[in-house]
Design a protein around this ligand. Structure first.
Ligand SMILES: *Cc1c(COP(=O)(O)O)cnc(C)c1O
Length: 230
């Protein structure tokens, strides 16, 4: 059995983020690390938690809900980064701090309506299909203005930014996303909330940071390879 040294993996990812920030002339504090724990056990999540990592991202709702229940004594900030199905919004509104895969108004409306009163507003990223992939979720770039105008007015949400998953090797898409991101303040009802660019994964975090990412979503480089792919 091989054991992965989580401490050195975490240090290595921090070093990569730091190096990318230096090259881009940006502050290390301005790029958050979201640890993508899908398919990995709760024991691995609590190990990273003990090492100081507090934000975790999950893709599959049922799996996520079980982990959240198991780890409810830890102060984890849970992010849902998978595809959001319309009939699953209630659990997301109740159990997560962030939802990154919002790409339709109806989904945002449901999340806002279902967010419990006693919780902080739910943080939202609008997923944009930035390089026009047939297979990918996300709204089209030309739908962004209207969606931002409407979603940013919903009461129990904070519309924070974009989430993108460009095609592998298509790093120019990060720059295109940043340009679109910078134009949004004029449509946003509360532009002071618009501060997050969720882009970059294990293989392309440096390029994403170079283009202006503020949150990299890293799975493999922290936890090792997943047994099954999505
Ligand atoms: C799985 C996943 C990641 C992490 O990918 P790695 O290549 O393992 O770092 C990031 N974002 C989303 C949306 C994912 O589904």
């Amino acid at each position: 059995m091989t054991t992965i040294d989580f401490q050195s993996q975490l240090q290595d990812v921090h070093a990569q983020i730091n190096q990318a920030c230096l090259q881009a002339n940006r502050n290390f504090q301005d790029v958050q690390l979201l640890a993508v724990s899908k398919t990995h056990p709760v024991s691995a999540i609590s190990e990273f938690y003990q090492l100081g990592q507090k934000a975790f991202g999950e893709n599959y709702l049922q799996e996520a809900l079980e982990k959240i229940e198991h780890l409810k004594d830890l102060e984890i900030e849970w992010h849902f980064i998978g595809h959001v199905q319309r009939n699953k919004t209630k659990h997301m509104a109740e159990k997560f701090a962030w939802v990154h895969g919002v790409d339709r108004l109806i989904i945002a409306e449901r999340l806002s309506n279902q967010r419990p009163e006693n919780l902080q507003p739910l943080n939202i990223c609008l997923q944009v299909n930035i390089d026009d992939q047939d297979s990918k979720d996300g709204c089209a770039p030309d739908e962004v203005a209207e969606l931002v105008e409407k979603i940013s007015r919903l009461p129990n949400l904070k519309l924070r930014g974009f989430m993108v998953i460009p095609k592998p090797e298509h790093v120019e898409a990060f720059t295109t996303t940043k340009q679109l991101f910078d134009q949004v303040e004029q449509y946003h009802a509360q532009p002071e909330h618009w501060d997050t660019l969720s882009m970059g994964m294990s293989a392309d975090m440096a390029e994403a940071i170079q283009a202006g990412s503020t949150m990299v979503r890293v799975g493999t480089a922290l936890f090792g390879a997943r047994d099954y792919s999505d």
